[in-house]
Ligand binder design. Structure first.
Ligand SMILES: [Zn+2]
Length: 379
């Protein structure tokens, strides 16, 4: 049994009393640096402490190399830390407004894909693929994908568009349910969930590890075409480049979701939450949707999976990805929607473009480019 004072325990383990390790100690709130100063590459934390502590070791909030710990044994401690990184990731939540609606981009994950070509852009040569990424100062491998879930609060309902990966299905940094807590929300506060299409990176987060609904109190929507495709007797992958094994696992995952959750089918006459309209954007999947969020004079177009990478699809709308159920139709849909977005100059949100996913599609030569929106401290 550790007999140290609570303040002493968070000072870390000591050789003569291993039971005084942070793991053995009861949960004690982490010390909050009262004063921080950088001296070259060294950060100095002065931390208030109510009692003197006897152990001189690594405090639990320092994940890096603690080079020294000075204790004046009275009312404060001085930590000199060469690695000042305390948080291991950036905030996965970015808030913004669309008219009177409060919205937030919730990062569901980021994913580095090694050897992405020709899974991505099979129409391009390796040189063309590398050149497209080099134009944005990016390497040809790996490429980083983003997964941006959109939360819309229209004053009456909290609406999620998609839900990210299933927990623990891929090496994930974030999950949507915990991201909501940063906004003071829990999954039970979500009133409406709209599934853009039934791919694992969009629908996995609808169920927890035990197969229970994460947003159990929400009404779930998905397009009629999407549900019909995945739950039909023989989903048609004749225009897809996806291998047999991946097709089978995609079908099984989609069927599990549609069997576990009761979805309201979206048709052209379906009434969606205030300010929200859906439009079919088929090709990536047969029922893949885009959305318009409108409040007052402000509009946000959610282009969803029209661009899996900002450096690939806007400048080359005919470049596809093996995940496309019908790659020719996916390209045709891009060729139809990108010019409209560019002509309107409308604000655009994308699921796979760099977080927080906001920007615009502009004409560039005989194609397009993604222009990200600048970070804004204000909603
Ligand atoms: Zn996707």
């Amino acid at each position: 049994m550790c007999t140290c004072s609570p303040d002493a325990r968070w000072a870390g383990p000591r050789a003569d009393a291993p039971e005084c390790s942070p793991a053995a100690a009861p949960a004690i709130p982490r010390a909050i640096p009262a004063f921080v100063r950088d001296v070259g590459t060294i950060s100095v934390f002065a931390v208030y402490s109510r009692r003197p502590h006897r152990h001189r070791s690594r405090p639990p909030f320092s994940r890096g190399r603690l080079t020294d710990l000075l204790d004046n044994s009275t009312t404060s401690s001085l930590f000199i830390v060469t690695n000042p990184i305390v948080q291991s990731h950036n905030s996965p939540v970015y808030r913004f407004a669309v008219g009177d609606f409060e919205c937030a981009a919730l990062a569901a994950n980021t994913w580095e894909i090694p050897s992405p070509h020709p899974f991505f852009a099979p129409q391009a040569t390796a040189e063309q693929f590398a050149a497209a990424l080099a134009k944005e100062s990016l390497p040809a491998s790996p490429i980083r994908l983003y997964f941006n879930v959109l939360l819309i609060r229209n004053g009456r309902q909290n609406i999620l568009i998609d839900a990210g990966f299933a927990k623990n299905s891929v090496p994930a940094v974030f999950d949507v349910a915990s991201n909501l807590s940063a906004l003071g929300l829990t999954p039970s506060d979500i009133d409406v969930v709209i599934l853009s299409h039934a791919h694992g990176d969009h629908m996995g987060g609808l169920l927890d590890e035990s197969g229970k609904q994460v947003f159990a109190g929400a009404q779930h929507f998905c397009s009629t075409e999407e549900i019909a495709f995945w739950t039909g007797p023989t989903p048609d992958f004749s225009e897809s480049r996806l291998d047999e094994k991946s097709r089978a696992s995609s079908i099984a995952a989609a069927r599990r979701i549609f069997e576990s959750i009761s979805f309201t089918r979206i048709t052209p006459s379906t009434v969606l939450p205030d300010g929200l309209t859906a439009l079919l954007a088929p090709g990536h999947t047969p029922g893949h949707m885009n959305f318009r969020i409108r409040s007052g004079s402000e509009i946000l177009h959610h282009m969803m999976d029209l661009a899996h990478h900002f450096a690939l699809m806007p400048p080359h709308p005919d470049w596809t990805v093996a995940f496309d159920v019908n790659s020719k139709l996916a390209a045709a849909t891009r060729r139809e929607i990108f010019p409209r977005l560019a002509a309107e100059g409308v604000r655009v949100f994308g699921y796979h473009v760099p977080f927080p996913g906001l920007g615009r599609i502009q004409v560039s030569g005989d194609a397009f480019r993604w222009v990200p929106e600048l970070w804004n401290a204000h909603l």
